[in-house]
Design a protein around this ligand. Sequence first.
Ligand code: PHE
Length: 511
Amino acid sequence: MAAPTKDLTSEILAALSDKDSLSSKDAFPNIEFAELKAALDRLGSRFMVTYKQIDQEEAVLQPEGQQVAENGSHEARVFEALRQAVEGLSVQDLEKAIGDKTVTKVGQGNAFKAKWISKNKDGKLVASVDSIQDVTREQLQTVQNTRTHPEASVIAALKKRNLIKLQKIISFEIQKGPKFALEMVKEETDLTADMIESGAWKTATFKPYNFNALGADQHAGALHPLMKVRHEFRNIFFEMGFEEMPTNNFVESGFWNFDALYVPQQHPARDLQDTFYISDPKTADKPHAVDESDKKDYDTYWDNVKAVHENGKFGSIGYRYPWAADESLRLVLRTHTTAISTAMLHKLASQRGPDGRPPPARYFSIDRVFRNETVDATHLAEFHQVEGVIADYDLTLGGLMEFMKIFFTKMGIEDLRFKPAYNPYTEPSMEIFSYHKGLGKLVEIGNSGMFRPEMLEAMGLPPDMKVYGWGLSLERPTMIKYKISNIRELLGHKVDLNFIERNAAVRLDKN
Ligand code: PHE
């Protein structure tokens, strides 16, 4: 390849000066494609030239073809050597005369076949005709000069014998453009203060904007699919008047995560197998006010929770087992965000509305929870929980079912089914199912219920204030939305970052 020409654009203009059109193949045979294209683009954008790209296939000689074009075909060289040796030659002498073993061997065979040579009675090789026509050499010389051959069958035959190869040649047909000139005017890219001051802007030529230029890659970050679906859920909650709960604490005490929700202290969910316990520090302080502004009554609440576990209170008969404060103070990675809902409801109990009673409230959260589970295609040891809570006076179960219908309809999920279920903290409790058209069956989409009176009254909430609660995972709708079957493709070290960057924004099919 030739060294890059400094001013290729002016060379092109000069080459075009006395003709209307030229081929880059003839005029600039040694300039690299990219360099030539760049120069033509520069001229093209100024309308100084127009050009067309021409893709062609050309035949070029392989080293052996080169040799044949120069020295003749193998068989012709054998014939020529024997024609000169009037007495004929032994095979060894022929090889010496030609000086190439392969040429001698191949040429001999071909020359015999063509009946150019024969053996005489002494066993020597002799020429058997006066003259020959070296067709192969002539064909190759044609290819060498014209880069092709008038007969396609010749090209095919030479290619088969590996004497030539075909290669793609890209060239340009270049023509004078409407603004053709021999000099490329310097184009200004910026209007400067100096130009305005001196008046130079009046005569300057400005470079036009290139609207086809691709912008520089910004290497911007990308939102994870889970965060995109979370965004949609948050919007649904906000438009329904919910307030977001602060979920920025992954560690909770057993009290908020379990005891306040009446998960018995010897419940399997509290086992090491199901819950991650913190080893350092191991325990929390007893729930208490963090500062003066915190007017919540923690001690009565603590005592009430203990009383409900041990002997029952607020209409419950209790579990009737000795309740251990130590167990309640153990630190855990929260297993559900209901721990936070509970703390929020406890806070609500200390608030007063215009009527002097705790005001109705709607809370939601979407954040991580942790469960010590065996990891498989659909389970990790952590997931994101979407949780909602509604506190109001005289709520009924029918109201919860109706609310669930409205809530899920907003994300395109209709035709809900409710199945009685059990949570230690809600009564009644319902699992929520929906018919999944893709899977052709009912799938569980959430868990819900009305918080038990002994949970709410223990906090100090009035008995006629009822609270709905429900929870679902963020992962399940995300996996359905993005058609991911293995959760490890969504979270963790095996996630394909290209997938994260490329995936589209999500829109829940709202109705
Ligand atoms: N905590 C429940 C779960 O983890 C969800 C839920 C919240 C159920 C509130 C009822 C009330 O599945």
